[in-house]
Design a protein around this ligand. Structure first.
Ligand code: FES
Length: 154
């Protein structure tokens, strides 16, 4: 927990705020472990309920372990009309998980959102922050393959 001690020190020196602390922890562990949040609450004198309210407010934070790759499928109206349900079904089939779940090998976490604000590119799949517009069922296999190979190298 070396990183945690460093973050606690920086917080106490007012070099970072609690959201930055949580971002660092999210990046380090790929989620916000309960025991880490309890330690933060105790050391920083911030009520645990306040830390949880921040952690659950921002989509960037997760209270459950996430895979090495975060795959987000937009299910907003424009994406839905242009084939997002078929794209999502193909991803579910390939990964063997449903939205909100992580593959057993910890490579992928699948999520859905309602609109990414880039409807002209519908349907959109975002993997690790990279937007893939006008996605088709046929493109999905290649896309997942590319990221699976990256995951193997991690
Ligand atoms: S509905 Fe998918 S980006 Fe807007």
């Amino acid at each position: 927990m070396e990183i945690l001690d460093k973050l606690i020190k920086e917080y106490k020196e007012a070099k970072v705020d609690i959201i930055q602390v949580l971002h660092h922890i999210q990046n380090e562990y790929n989620y916000l472990p309960k025991e880490v949040l309890i330690k933060l609450s105790r050391e920083l004198h911030i009520p645990l309920s306040k830390i949880y309210s921040i952690a659950t407010f921002y989509a960037a934070f997760s209270l459950t372990p996430r895979g090495k790759h975060l795959c987000t499928v937009c299910m907003g109206t424009a994406c839905h009309v242009r084939g997002a349900p078929a794209v999502l079904s193909r991803i579910e089939e390939r990964l063997g998980i449903r939205p909100g779940e992580t593959t057993p090998d910890n490579n992928f976490t699948l999520e859905t959102v309602n609109c990414l604000g880039a409807c002209a590119l519908a349907p959109i799949v975002v993997i690790d922050g990279e937007y893939h517009g006008q996605t088709t069922v046929n493109k999905i296999d290649r896309l997942l393959e590319k990221y699976a190979q990256k995951a193997d190298k991690i």
